[in-house]
Ligand binder design. Sequence first.
Ligand code: NAP
Length: 242
Amino acid sequence: MVILGGTAEGRRLAAALEGRAVLSLAGRTADPLTVGATRRGGFGGVAGMVAHLREHAVEAVLDATHPFAADISRNAVAACAEAGVPLLRVVRPGWAGHPLAATWRWVGSHAEAAAVAAGDGRTVLLTVGRQHTVDYVDALRERRVVARVADGTGLTVPAGWELLTSRGPFTAEGERALFREHGVGVLVTKDAGGPMTDAKLTVAHEEGCLVVVLRRPHLPPAEEVHSVEEALAWVAHLPTPS
Ligand code: NAP
């Protein structure tokens, strides 16, 4: 079985399925958190994933990638269909159902998020991941920005910005201290979902911040569950590997 990971859910699945699964990571993080048998690096698109599934006689794929890792999830749908391998998407519920969701400014792209943040004069807390932090540089170059990423390898930011490296989970106390220390007035985040990084949403509301939330990318349909426990129940119903 292959677990497409890079998330806490992927690591939990890898721990529960140790001996039966290989955790696949993109290989972007210099010092990744991992559990059990692991492979690193892309497959080489859909064709590469199909070849991998066939070569290793993979019994099933659990796509536990981040909800914003859309390319790998799309590839998994296409490759599993072509190779005839069962696929389950394990995706944590988004924050659209959060009690504060109606108070946020929902946007469809990083360009739109950057423009909205730039339209507010206050300090911006940017929590959009290393790859997309650069999308905000032009719009926010002269602004006070705190950019928080899990891994800052290779990321350079304008002189006036502060780069914080931290993986979470984040507590409300810690977030409150951060917001107050930097006088954060605007929070930009993706709809990552889940409880590990949601404290900032409550604190941003308390502190009277503008909250800008990126909508999740659309994905092709796939069988989907919303928790590790449901995924393990699905695995339990797979035919026993010979
Ligand atoms: P992406 O844009 O969907 O994927 C780009 C390419 O990276 C894929 O086409 C694939 O290359 C390779 N790839 C991605 N995830 C892989 C995996 N788990 N195993 C093997 N190859 C993988 O992905 P991304 O947004 O750059 O995210 C990369 C990884 O970071 C994912 O595993 C994701 O779970 C994790 N992550 C992403 C975010 C986020 O906000 N995007 C946040 C936290 C963690 P090939 O086409 O060559 O196979």
